[in-house]
Design a protein around this ligand. Sequence first.
Ligand code: SAH
Ligand code: SF4
Ligand code: F3S
Length: 449
Amino acid sequence: MKHYYIKTFGCQMNVYDSERIADILQTLGYREASSPREADLIIFNTCHIREKAAEKVFSDLGRINLIKEERREQGKETTIGVVGCVVQAEDEQIAKRAPFVDFATGPLTYHRIPEILAKVNRKKGIPVIDTEFPAESKFDFLPQNSNSLSCAFLAVQEGCNNFCTYCVVPYTRGAEYSRPVKEIVEEARRLVQNGALEINLLGQNVNSYHGEDTAGKERPLSYLLRELAKIDGLKRLRYTTSYPADMTDDLIECHRDLDKLMPYLHLPVQSGSDKILKAMNRRHTSSDYLKVIEKLHKANPDIGMSSDFIVGFPGETDEDFQATLDIVNQVKYIQAFSFKYSRRAGTPAALLKNQIEEKVKKERLDILQNLLFSYQLKFNKDSVGKIMPVLFESRGRGRNQLFGRTPYMQNLHAELDKSCLNKIINIKITEATTNSLIGVMEGGTPCQK
Ligand code: SAH
Ligand code: SF4
Ligand code: F3S
């Protein structure tokens, strides 16, 4: 029996894609290997978003080649494949930079892996590279989703038409595509049958979703959420990542009406400065963004916000940076991701003359992160003493520890019997740090076998 090993870099969409690649390989008779050394097929699912992410792929690939050589000495052949956004961006360069790679295929063509593997066998030594933007949708060719996790991802939309001037995604994932409603509802039902209690709908720009229903009518994300909320057994819904200008009133109303929709929203603002937002080609100002948040809070006063930030975008002055700190102080994010601007070849911002010095970027990132962490810590500390329903999705670090998430996506560890795994349990929060909570089971006896 042949074994595969998949290493995933980048965003949640890549995690979903890797699960689907695993489904394809299972239909070909492969089983999962516990380490790359035991694998006949090693696949890297890659991310191109920032320079560091892309460079790490190549340094890690070098290490994988050593394993390939070691295995060859033991008389075992290894196929190395690269999938994902780096492939779409680098194209034939992959074969130059990592000549030991047997195949490379973009994020929209991995459904062709069975044919690609057959070609690899025929063309021994010559890498097979497929970076087409296909006319067909990969979703029409993938096997059924066999994921059995209690927290499942479900891609509903892919690609992006926004062309923020710093971002590679429109070039690596192509134009926006929304999957039909029926296909998504069927996949969700299947995930719930397999044990999912929570489904996180994914898209690079998920709230621009406009998939067709069976009558051929385009439906928005709000429609999809209301349909999915009807599924018995599904307890929690989330969606990510949203674009501020596409937060329509019908979607905001879902946060008022749907109990299953969790009170947490990742809504990246990137910068608080309108001048920088314009240079980034974002279709919103800081006040548009704040208006959306006000509406969200009217719909559900409990909602906790999260965002992505970029510091040191070309031309960012101290005043622009201060505007970013101001918006953080207004929104008081409960979680956030912040990055130094990374110059990406082929994007418009890479050509701007007024690039910011690395030292300044670093200083600004430190200041921003300290501020973000202070709000995150405050939110977590304020949770102490509260009772929250926690979905325990995996084992924790300690022996009798489980890991789960609160409705607000806070990480939580608790000492619980393993029979509590994949259940939603009321937990009293006892301790908090910036990144995680500790809690105990409220009231009742701990889960027993
Ligand atoms: N589609 C999502 C996220 C895309 S990438 C959105 O629009 O929000 C995730 C995050 O990476 C972005 O939100 C942005 O903050 C960051 N990012 C993208 N390109 C970047 C670059 N060139 N340098 C630094 N950060 C970047
Ligand atoms: Fe990139 Fe902007 Fe599209 Fe997000 S909205 S994927 S940041 S181009
Ligand atoms: Fe990275 Fe591609 Fe996701 S560039 S962030 S893996 S869409």
